[in-house]
Design a protein around this ligand. Sequence first.
Ligand SMILES: [Zn+2]
Length: 124
Amino acid sequence: MEASKLEHFKQLLLAELRRHAEHVSEEQAAALDAASDDAKESADLALRDVIEEMALKLGEKESQMVADVDQALLRIEEGSYGICVRCGHPVDERRLEAMPTARYDARCQAIVEEANGEGAGPSL
Ligand SMILES: [Zn+2]
């Protein structure tokens, strides 16, 4: 995926994180802003710390969403973002727009949900 697109999805993910941070505390939201606004080279570790702290303070379901965002940010760093982790095919970008944390393409998502015997929740 092109760097400009990755940056776009990274911003979507950070916006998602910020939404959850506000559920924790204003202080946490401010910390997240500071971590994501910092000079880019040094920001990633601080951002990770903020995410981990958020996850500890959130309920189970929301902390899972934060973990999903964290994983997506990691995949951006690793260069595997936007690729289905199950079949290795590119995930449709419209799908990523709607759900930037998507790990699977639509086909594999359906298969995985079928295997789990449940829907993946309202955000999916
Ligand atoms: Zn797939």
